[in-house]
Design a protein around this ligand. Structure first.
Ligand code: HEM
Length: 380
C-alpha cells in the first residue's frame, strides 16, 4: 500500500506546512520512534475520541486494551482490516490514516504508576475566558484518528471503540476537517489563514520542542503531550465587522494571511512598526501580538481542525476550532501563551473555550510485537 504515492506525499510532508493531495491508497508508517499523527502533515479529516475507564479496570486490562489498539492500528493504517473487522471493505482505502493514542491522568493512578506521571499531566488551570462544559472536557484515553477520507476515519473510530467496549465508555467525540490546495495553509471558519507560524517537522526546533527526550520520565522518550481545546466561534457577530476590523483583530490580512507589516504570508511580522500617526501597525491587542512567543520555549506545534456541528435551538451555526497543540512540556510552552491570551486577545470577543483536555502521548512502537505504552508499564 505504501508504494510510489506514499513516497510522493512524503516529499510534500517535508515542508510540514501545507496540505497534501489526497490519495486513497497512500499510507503513513505506523511503526517508528514516534507515533504517527503528530509530525504527519494533517490529513483533511479527523476525529478526537476520548474514553473513560470503567470502574474496576486494572493495569492488566489497560495493557490488554493497548495491545488490541496497537495491533488494529497497525493493520488499519496499512490498509488491512482489523482483527475482528465487521466491515473489512472499509479498511481498504487508508487515505493516510493515522491513529494516535494518548493517556489522561487516570491511566497512571489505575496502573499504580503515579511516580511516572509527567508533572504537566493534569487539567489546565481555569482561565477567565473559559466556559468549560463537562461533556467536552477531560478523558482517560484519547484516540486521534486522521485520514483524507471521512469514511476511513469513521470506520477506524468505530472499529477501535468497539474492540475495547467492555473496558471503557466513550466520553466525548469531536470530528473536524481542514481543506486547502496542496502546499497551502488552510483557513479556519472565521476565514483566516490559520497555521502559518508553526514548528516544521524534521527540524532541530521541532525535535527539541515537541519530542520528549526522557530526561525527567525515561519511559516518555520519543513521546510528547497533547492539549485539546474546543473553542466555539460566534460567527454571527463576527459577520458584523468589516475586513479592516477583522485584520486588526488578528494582525494579518484576510486575503493571504500576510502580517499587516508585510505582503507575503511567511513574512516576519514587525511588532515595532508604527503608522503615520505613530500607532502600531499590528495592534498589541491582536491575536498574533499576544500569542507570539516571548521566549524560545513558548513555542509548540499547532495541529487544529475546524468543526461545524448541528446547531442547537435558535442557533444558525455551531462551529469553531478544535485547537490541538503538541509540545514537550505543557507548563513551560503552552501555559504562558494561553495565559496571555486569556488575559487579553482581541479575538476573545468572538471565541469561547468550551472544552479542554491534556494527554501524554507515549512514544511510537518501533516493531511488530511491541505495544503502545510498553515503556510505561514495563520497568526500565
Ligand atoms: C478559535 C480560536 C483561535 C483562532 C481562530 C486562531 C487563529 C489564529 C490565526 C488566524 C493566526 C495567524 C496565522 C498563523 O500563524 O497561524 C494564529 C496564530 C497563532 N495562534 Fe491562534 N487562534 C486561536 C486560538 C489559539 C490558542 C488557544 C492558542 C494558544 C494558546 C493560539 C496560539 C497561536 C500562536 C502561537 C500563533 C502564532 C503567533 C505568532 O505569530 O508567533 N491560538 N491563530
Amino acid at each position: 500500500m505504501a508504494g510510489a504515492a506514499g513516497l510522493g506525499l512524503g516529499v510534500v510532508a517535508l515542508t510540514g506546512r501545507g496540505e497534501t493531495d489526497s490519495d486513497p491508497d497512500a499510507t503513513v508508517a505506523f511503526y517508528g520512534t514516534h507515533q504517527a499523527g503528530v509530525a504527519t502533515t494533517p490529513p483533511s479529516s479527523a476525529a478526537f475520541v476520548t474514553f473513560d475507564l470503567k470502574p474496576g479496570t486494572t493495569r492488566d486490562d489497560l495493557i490488554g486494551l493497548l495491545k488490541i489498539w496497537t495491533g488494529d492500528a497497525a493493520r488499519l493504517t496499512h490498509g488491512d482490516p482489523a482483527l475482528a473487522d465487521s466491515e473489512p471493505e472499509l479498511a481498504l482505502r487508508p487515505a493516510r490514516l493515522t491513529i494516535t493514542v494518548g493517556f489522561g491522568p487516570a491511566v497512571f493512578s489505575v496502573a499504580d504508576l503515579d511516580d511516572r506521571r509527567p508533572e504537566w499531566l493534569q487539567p489546565l488551570p481555569e482561565f477567565t475566558i473559559d466556559r468549560l462544559q463537562p461533556a467536552w472536557t477531560g478523558g482517560d484515553l484519547l484516540l486521534q484518528v486522521c485520514a483524507d477520507e471521512v469514511t476511513t476515519v469513521s470506520h477506524a473510530v468505530r472499529t477501535l471503540s468497539r474492540s475495547v467496549a467492555s473496558l471503557v465508555t466513550v466520553r466525548w467525540v469531536q470530528r473536524g476537517f481542514r481543506d486547502a490546495a496542496p502546499g497551502a495553509t488552510p483557513r479556519n471558519l472565521m476565514g483566516q489563514v490559520d497555521g502559518t507560524v508553526n514548528l516544521v517537522p524534521d527540524t532541530a526546533d521541532f525535535t527539541r520542542l515537541v519530542w520528549d527526550d526522557g530526561a525527567t520520565q525515561p519511559w516518555l522518550a520519543g513521546g510528547t503531550s497533547c492539549v485539546v481545546r474546543r473553542i466555539a466561534m460566534e460567527l454571527d457577530t463576527w459577520d458584523e465587522i468589516d475586513q479592516a476590523g477583522r485584520e486588526l483583530t488578528v494582525g494579518r490580512t484576510i486575503s493571504n494571511g500576510a502580517p499587516l507589516t508585510g505582503t507575503d504570508e511567511f513574512d516576519e511580522p514587525d511588532f515595532t512598526a508604527v503608522d503615520a500617526h505613530g500607532l502600531p501597525v499590528i495592534p498589541p491587542s491582536s491575536h498574533i501580538a499576544r500569542a507570539h512567543h516571548t521566549h524560545d520555549t513558548e513555542r509548540f506545534l499547532r495541529r487544529g481542525y475546524n468543526y461545524d456541528d448541528a446547531p442547537g435551538p435558535g442557533q444558525i451555526s455551531n462551529s469553531g476550532l478544535v485547537f490541538v497543540s503538541y509540545q514537550r512540556d505543557v507548563n513551560a510552552q503552552f501555559l504562558p501563551v494561553q495565559g496571555r491570551l486569556a488575559e487579553f486577545d482581541a479575538l476573545n470577543t468572538w471565541t469561547t473555550p468550551i472544552g479542554s483536555a491534556v494527554f501524554a502521548i507515549p512514544p511510537g512502537v518501533t516493531a511488530p510485537g511491541g505495544y503502545l505504552g510498553q515503556s510505561l508499564f514495563e520497568a526500565h
